[in-house]
Design a protein around this ligand. Structure first.
Ligand code: 4AD
Ligand code: MG
Length: 662
């Protein structure tokens, strides 16, 4: 058992089976983590109902964890069924079924101004569009002036409430835009007593009924003259952690459930969402087919052994995620006994188990009954190599399975049938990198192009990057100005250059030449054949090419993955990395080795088991074509596009070594 000592995450973790729990806190279109340390305690336990309705708490990973029945949540559960939506009672809105079965609201006869401007007729506007957002009021070029005189109902969270003698200023934000709406409440309005009682505090949620008027102040064009103030949810001013004062990013990471209420994290969430939208828009417009690559896989695409292993071999109590170490079956010698064991007796369920490489690998253990995962960093487990394991009848998948590090191999299968495809989903790496650019769970975009070579790949990567950068400059103006003012000075100028200028291309050999001649002293020595370190990549992008993105191609084959196409020199491969300032490597890609013989030779040289890649090799047996692709780390793109320093602030709920909270 001695090898199972170090936990790579500080607590037991779970596959997320209910993302709505987080969506209620973070309602912009955001990705939800696959690891969730909380949801199981908040959701109703699974029932045997066969319902698959969308309001059921259906597990994302139901298949992976072997629960074949869907889970149903009662109306009383904590999973935020529609009945619990607080606005329903507060607005005195009535739920009615529209002709086309979508829900619409009758809201005391008030005008649904927000949705109307988007071309929806007021009578058929679904409820969610009738909620007027602050961006609908003051987001346009006139900053709200055209709405002056309109009676509006504003919903949001109070940022500040300042009391004057005869009236109060309330600043409200609803997350639709970085700027607040200023509201003026005079002492005679309905609900003013809530201010007198000190209940309109930072963090409280309110409804403000009033007329939009031109503002007397210089900071905003319009403000709301409130006629009725409704307090929806109180917020204890003495304990609410997100006060107006500046809070460090480190501190905000400890309150990731409340940090979207800050300007910075609201803006990051909106820009991240826009980048995701622009990504799909770009590839769809270019005729690519979106492909859902699997999250649980048997392959190690990058061959680096940095995979989380998926297993239920290690038993776990339903109620207590802290599995006692002596419950793990072991041999007389104190090693994990993978071959046999009375596991059925322990949990009454089938197990899946898998073995990582013995040294430095991470085990991810899923128990099918409670959806519990335990991550154990294993350094000295004498695990047999995967191919020699033989059948494991108690294993869920009957073979070693892992969380994917990349969807590329699967993308190649579809590219060699549909020509141009892309994946966009979560990927996982169990590398113990505590840096500002590494996550254990990150999202990757991986296009794959058939009948294409490295030049096509580079052109696609450049066009994609320029497209998404231009998209956010055009569509997220206010947020981008916010980042330029508060996060990175001249961000918009930097991004405009990226969007407009041609992206530089150099070879690896050129880079070694530049680094060797550089005046800067590097920690890691530079010579042909070395892997480029972050300090080298940053020097190239930041100093040598003065802040421009740079594509580096033709790396030595020994430092790159097995699937890359060998160049004619026999020493290098048709690889490309796109480097950007501060982040370093944003994109990694290559032309793939489409020649069966060469690929097999390379796999043999690297000691890879060809049998487990039989399907991948089949692509070279049947109608093989030159093809190429790349992977872009989405959080690194968010860093690059917002100027945010740490990758942990570019994803709503970061997973890093020792941290899987929220
Ligand atoms: O260079 P990588 O490892 O390439 C692949 O995975 C290829 N299979 C992609 C392909 O050709 N389809 O990873 C691709 C990108 C990196 O350039 C980086 O942006 C990001 O994924 N990345 C990470 N982002 C956050 N945290 C980590 N631990 C990351 N590892 C890689
Ligand atoms: Mg790479």
């Amino acid at each position: 058992m001695s090898g199972l000592k170090r936990l790579s995450f500080s607590s037991s973790i779970f596959f997320s089976r209910h993302s709505r729990l987080q969506q209620q806190l973070f309602s912009v279109s955001v990705c939800m983590p696959r690891f969730c340390g909380l949801c199981h305690t908040m959701c109703s336990p699974p029932t045997t109902s066969a319902s698959t309705s969308s309001s059921s708490c259906t597990s994302i990973f139901r298949y992976a964890i072997g629960v074949s029945k869907s889970l149903k949540i009662s109306e009383k559960s904590n999973c935020l069924g529609r009945k619990q939506w607080p606005m329903q009672s507060s607005t005195n809105a009535k739920w009615v079924e529209s002709e086309n079965s979508s829900l619409v609201v009758e809201n005391e006869g008030k005008k649904a101004t927000g949705a109307k401007s988007k071309g929806l007729s007021s009578s058929s506007v679904p409820l969610f569009k009738k909620r007027l957002r602050i961006v609908d009021i003051k987001g346009g070029p006139d900053e709200g002036l055209k709405r002056v005189g309109e009676q509006l109902l504003v919903r949001g969270w109070v940022r500040t409430c300042r009391l004057q003698k005869a009236f109060s200023f309330i600043e409200v934000n609803d997350g639709s835009t970085v700027s607040n709406l200023q509201a003026i409440a005079t002492a005679n309005i309905e609900g003013y007593e809530k201010i007198d009682l000190g209940l309109i505090t930072t963090g409280s949620s309110v409804l403000l009924d009033g007329v939009l008027v031109e503002s007397q102040g210089s900071k905003q064009k319009v403000e709301l003259q409130v006629s009725k103030l409704t307090l929806v949810g109180e917020s204890d001013a003495t304990t609410f952690p997100v006060q107006k004062k500046k809070l460090s990013r480190e501190y905000l990471r400890t309150i990731a459930h409340l940090r979207p209420r800050t300007n910075t994290f609201g803006a990051v969430a909106r820009v991240r969402s826009a980048l995701a939208f622009a990504t799909h828009k770009f590839f769809q417009e270019m005729g690519f087919v979106w492909l859902a690559s699997p999250i649980v896989t048997a392959a190690d695409c990058e061959g680096a052994g940095e995979q989380f292993c998926v297993t239920t071999l290690i038993p776990n109590s339903h109620t207590n995620p802290n599995t006692p170490i002596n419950k793990i079956p072991c041999t007389k010698d104190g090693l994990i006994d993978w071959s046999q064991g009375d596991y059925q007796l322990v949990t009454g369920k089938q197990f899946m188990c898998s073995l990582p490489k013995a040294q430095g690998a991470a085990l991810l253990i899923i128990q099918s009954t409670s959806v519990a995962l335990l991550i154990i960093q294993s350094t000295s487990v004498a695990a047999p190599s995967a191919p020699s394991m033989g059948p494991l009848p108690q294993d869920f998948f009957g073979r070693p399975a892992y969380l994917t590090v990349s969807g590329q191999l699967n993308a190649e299968t579809y590219a060699t049938a549909l020509c141009d495809v892309y994946t966009f989903g979560p990927t996982f790496r169990a590398e113990n990198s505590n840096t500002s650019r590494h996550l254990a769970e990150f999202w990757m975009i991986e296009p794959e192009l058939a009948f294409a070579d490295l030049k096509d790949d580079m052109a696609c990567a450049s066009a994609y990057l320029q497209y998404v950068v231009k998209y956010i400059l055009d569509n997220c103006k206010e947020d981008m100005e916010f980042f330029s003012t508060w996060i990175e000075k001249d961000l918009t100028t930097r991004l405009t250059n990226v969007a407009e200028k041609e992206i530089i291309h150099v070879t690896y050999s050129d880079v070694i030449d530049i680094l060797s001649k550089a005046k800067k002293k590097f920690e890691f020595p530079v010579k042909w054949g070395c892997d480029l370190q972050s300090e080298h990549e940053r020097y190239i992008a930041e100093d040598a090419f003065e802040g421009s993105p740079v594509i580096v191609t033709d790396y030595p084959k020994d430092i790159k993955a097995f699937y890359m196409r060998e160049n004619d020199d026999g020493k290098t491969v048709a690889a490309m990395d796109l480097l950007v300032p501060r982040v370093g490597e944003l994109i990694g890609g290559s032309q793939r080795e489409e020649r069966l013989e060469k690929l097999e030779k390379r796999m043999d040289a690297l000691g890879l088991n060809k049998d487990s890649y039989w399907w991948y090799l089949d692509l070279r047996r049947y109608g093989s074509v030159p093809h190429a692709g790349f992977g872009l780390g989405f959080e690194r793109l968010v860093q690059f596009a917002t100027g945010i320093e740490n990758i942990r602030d570019a994803i709503p709920f970061p997973r890093t070594p020792g941290s899987a909270d929220f």
